[in-house]
Design a protein. Structure first.
Length: 172
């Protein structure tokens, strides 16, 4: 005979497991290195600091406060009589598992009225909860929704709001 002990069989199994783990580790390191190199070639360079991004604007003759104002101006300002309402997110009446998110801005005639804008916000929210998906489908449905909201705002504001502007409208 063959005088093999169970210890030899366990050693062979342990060696096979060790080789498998080593192989997986090597493949993982190669994949991570390749991903890092490929990401470095594809990804755009990241600016070093936010101060470095503001330097070109300052070098162009803009002051420190103007660098931040060089972008798009906010729509909601008291000077132009526009109030941006908080986003409205609610479910529709039918089917109730569909949700709508709406961002609206109101253009006032004369000075802005924040309490009136909040009342209009709540009125729009209450109205959207009564609307079904079939009523607002397609371009014609969207136009009907715009007209209905303008009519509700006109009734609530008694002519103090000249225009309802849709910023976003999403149905999920």
């Amino acid at each position: 005979m063959d005088e093999t002990t169970p210890e030899d069989g366990a050693a062979k199994k342990k060696g096979g497991l060790l080789m498998t783990i080593a192989g997986v580790a090597v493949v993982t390191l190669v994949a991570a290195g390749g991903g890092w190199v490929l990401g470095g070639m594809i990804a755009p360079p990241v600016p070093e600091t936010p101060a470095a991004a503001a330097e070109p604007a300052a070098a162009a003759g803009h002051g420190k406060g103007d660098a931040k104002d060089a972008g798009i101006q906010p729509i909601s300002t008291e000077a132009n009589g526009i109030v941006l309402l908080d986003p409205i997110t609610t479910n529709l009446a039918y089917p109730s598992d569909n949700w709508v998110r709406l961002e609206v801005a109101l253009m006032f005639r004369g000075p802005t009225d924040t309490p009136l804008a909040q009342e209009i916000h709540q009125d729009i929210l209450a109205y959207l909860r009564t609307v079904s998906l079939q009523q607002i489908e397609g371009p014609r449905g969207f136009q009907y929704l715009r007209d209905d909201l303008q009519e509700r705002v006109d009734l609530r504001a008694k002519g103090r709001v000249s225009k309802v502007m849709f910023r976003t409208f999403v149905i999920e």
